[in-house]
Design a protein around this ligand. Structure first.
Ligand code: CDT
Length: 318
């Protein structure tokens, strides 16, 4: 039986600070219908897809922050997306800001993504692990990146799920820059990783890197795909959003590491590709047959150390 799925990457252009959720969902519905006309079975939307990228502002009042969060999923504004996707028999991946309560009634906030299958079943949820930016406002910066202030580190690990005839995983934006993210899913035999991103062109702590933002975006995702023999679908929120330029470059990457479809604009745009999950075997069963070729006894520092520490003694007796 064929394990080819047609996947759409639904890039979104800028979303205004006061743009209502319902208007954003309308834009997403248009992309979903376009995806349906192209035979897509899974559509990937960006990180924090329902609102502007609000961590760029320092808000003093929690209530000002919480307007960007979803208390239920689906909620009143997102129900239409779930209904239309199910009617079209398309699964989707959606990033959003999640406000939840733990058993003790404590409010918790995560940068979250979910995957839903064609029948409307929730396949899985992921909460962003690698939160970039800073906790305290940086007055010298032209805009803020306060993810460390507004979100907790995800508490669900990096799980994979069996859906769409294969094994799928999720990560979110900054996660893609960390090889550990892909390898943890690779060790579960992941065959398709969906991820959304909001990446400013300007990086205030090291502006000399600005010209390389698109390169580093693709470099990270293509390496993650190739080194784990998996499909990667990376989807941007792009364009000039509230005065802040965000990169585009949404793409679908084959297990070989090659980009096989790529957005050409910085606005709402759908690209699609046929993804044969069996192509993962060309790498997962050969060059990156982990069981055969990994040597984890030499990788201890990866989990023992968080930051850089003393060098290892070589152990060379000569
Ligand atoms: N959303 C997100 O994670 N963005 C970061 C921006 C760079 S760090 C301030 C990224 O890794 O693309």
């Amino acid at each position: 039986m064929s394990r080819t799925i047609v996947v759409g990457a639904a890039q979104l252009g800028p979303i205004g600070r006061h743009e209502p959720r319902a208007a954003v969902v309308e834009r997403m519905l248009a992309l979903l219908r376009e995806a349906s006309s192209r035979g897509c079975e899974l559509v990937v939307f960006p990180e924090l897809a329902l609102t502007t990228f609000f961590p760029r502002w320092y808000f003093m009042e929690q209530a000002e922050i919480d307007v960007f969060f979803e208390r239920e999923m689906p909620g009143p504004d997102t129900q239409a997306l779930f209904d239309e996707a199910r009617a079209l028999r398309i699964g989707f991946h959606l990033g959003y800001a999640e406000l939840t309560q733990d058993a003790a009634g404590q409010r918790r906030r995560f940068n979250t993504a979910i995957m839903v299958d064609a029948s409307g079943r929730l396949v899985g949820k992921y909460r962003k692990v690698h939160l970039p930016g800073h906790r305290e406002p940086q007055p010298a910066f032209p805009f803020q990146h306060l993810e460390k202030r507004y979100f907790e580190v995800g508490d669900l690990g990096l799980p994979t799920f069996d859906a769409f005839g294969g094994r799928v995983g999720m990560c979110i934006c900054n996660d893609r820059r960390w090889p550990e993210t892909f390898r943890v899913m690779g060790l579960q035999g992941v065959e398709l990783v969906a991820l959304g991103y909001n990446t400013p062109v300007h990086y205030p702590p090291a502006p000399e890197l600005d010209r390389l933002q698109d390169f580093h975006n693709h470099l990270s995702m293509q390496a993650g795909a190739y080194q784990n023999g998996t499909w990667v679908v990376g989807v941007a929120k792009a364009g000039c959003e509230e005065g802040c330029d965000l990169i585009g470059g949404s793409c679908i990457i084959a297990p070989s590491g090659e980009i096989i479809a790529r957005c050409a604009t910085l606005g709402d745009e759908l690209i699609s590709a046929e993804c044969d999950l069996d192509r993962c075997q060309a790498l997962q069963a050969t060059l990156f047959n982990f069981a055969l070729h990994r040597e984890p006894q030499h990788y201890g520092l990866i989990v023992e150390r968080k930051g850089v520490g003393p060098r290892l003694e070589s152990g060379d007796p000569a």
